[in-house]
Design a binder for this molecule. Structure first.
Ligand code: GLU
Length: 449
């Protein structure tokens, strides 16, 4: 079984989503189940509703789980495993106070040595501190494992001293709950962020201390860097999956991008089911990857191009195929749904003819042309049927030529002074001309006529 183990403590980060996608793909490739485990053991950091948000995102991306568990439901198992370890003398109660440990840490800093918990301290404060934690006895031998991305990794015993598995309130630590649950659910392979590399030997030690000798496979993903070249933090808005969705990036494009980061892929643009055919975690580069929003924009546009007009319209919250067709035309100069929405809104909003377009104001020409177009539309003239006859007639009646005709025409039809080919756009806006031909401001056009 493969698993994705998010903590409901904040927004879903793209690094988390990337781990979820890879675990899901590998589960499908191996024909194994995919478990979602909400790691809600850090009660003080849990945020109400974040679990639902994470599940909704997984759903939206098509990462459907076979099983869902909340880690806190397994507390009873964690406790019985801890009791077992105590009985076997592999874990012990530690009564050290925080102040005592802090003082030992300070001493280590002053002596310029790495801090290491000494098992002899365990009961020194037994009289004054009634609330012990439980620690697992540190490693006696080095612990090694093979990481599919980083290669062979080895940790000396000195790096793994006796560490806490149950806090003083009895709540299991992340490492303990995680290692127990990976055993309980018979997890085979784990993909997660490289910030967990140093946790892995601890989790292996917990499992071997419990007599579990199954070799779990690991792949720790390199961190994602922001545009600045520093680790992408929660403060970088593009690191939040919800933010990217709000900007109008498609789930399939975000997924395509996350799979292709630091990877060799047979094609640039692909779907999740295509990736399941060829994905190989060992191809993921060891070095950190930079989040490149320009590349994501390109991939998004390519996925939008693959949609038909009806699908496109639905994404623009319209049932009208024509809106989808207009959206597709605008892909020439946009990359996200929001940008396309903005263009369509401009077409249908009253036009700001007082605005300076490229340092030139076409207010007078717009008014002249408006009068002509208004008349043509009122007459429901046949001339409106195709762009050429419409344009020729409008030019003739308005007496405007060259850019003094074309710029105002474009402004009146699209709200912009340059953009997509009007010849291509016209057939789709033809039946909306009445709605489109409106001018903004208190100086309504009627006052000029
Ligand atoms: N809850 C941990 C996290 O979100 C899970 C890490 C793991 O996959 O073990 O980082």
């Amino acid at each position: 079984m493969l698993r994705f183990a998010p903590s409901p403590t904040g927004d879903m980060h793209i690094g988390n989503l990337r781990a979820a996608v890879f675990n899901y793909i590998i589960a499908k490739q191996k024909g194994e189940k995919f478990l979602v485990r909400i790691e809600d053991t850090d009660l003080s950091r849990n945020i109400e509703g974040k679990d639902k948000e994470i599940l909704a995102i997984l759903n939206l991306f098509g990462l459907l789980w076979d099983d869902l568990v909340y880690q806190s439901h397994n507390f009873k198992h964690h406790h019985s495993f801890a009791q077992h370890l105590i009985k076997e003398n592999k874990a012990f109660y530690c009564y050290c106070t925080k102040e005592f440990l802090e003082q030992k840490k300070q001493e280590a800093i002053e002596n310029k040595v790495a801090f290491r918990y000494d098992d002899a301290w365990a009961e020194l404060e037994k009289q004054s501190n009634l609330k012990p934690v439980v620690r697992l006895k540190g490693a006696k031998e080095s612990i090694e494992f093979y990481d599919e991305i980083k290669g062979h990794l080895q940790f000396a015993p000195a790096e793994i001293d006796s560490f806490v598995i149950l806090r003083e309130d009895g709540v299991p630590t992340y490492n303990f709950a995680c290692a127990c649950d990976d055993m309980i659910y018979n997890i085979d392979f784990i993909v997660r962020g490289e910030d967990h590399v140093s946790n892995t030997p601890k989790q292996i030690l917990i499992q071997t201390s419990l007599g579990y000798d199954k070799k779990i496979g690991y792949a720790h993903l390199p961190i994602i860097l922001g545009e600045s070249g520093r680790k992408m933090s929660k403060r970088d808005s593009a690191s939040s999956v919800s933010w990217l969705l709000e900007q109008g990036f498609l789930p399939q494009a975000i997924m395509n991008y996350l799979i292709s980061m630091g990877n060799k892929t047979p094609t640039e643009i692909f779907t999740l089911s295509e990736a399941i055919e060829w994905f190989d975690i060992t191809n993921i580069a060891k070095s950190p990857v930079k989040f490149d929003i320009k590349r994501l924009r390109y991939i998004n546009r390519e996925h939008l191009k693959r949609l038909n007009e009806d699908e496109f319209a639905l994404l623009l919250q319209s049932k009208d195929t024509t809106i989808g067709a207009i959206g597709k035309i605008y892909l020439e100069e946009t990359s996200t749904l929001n940008e396309i929405r903005e263009k369509i809104e401009m077409i249908f909003s009253p036009k700001d003819i007082k605005k300076l377009y490229e340092n030139e104001n076409f207010e007078f020409e717009c008014i002249e042309l408006f009068k002509v177009l208004d008349l043509l539309i009122m007459q429901e003239s046949k001339i409106l049927d195709d762009y050429d006859s419409f344009k020729n007639e409008a030019m003739k009646l308005s007496n405007l030529r060259g850019k003094k005709f074309f710029k105002p025409l474009r402004i009146l039809l699209t709200g912009e002074s340059h953009g997509v080919d009007l010849n291509i756009l016209y057939p789709y806006i033809r039946f909306y001309l009445k709605d489109i031909l409106r001018i903004r401001g208190e100086n309504d056009i009627s006052q000029h006529i």
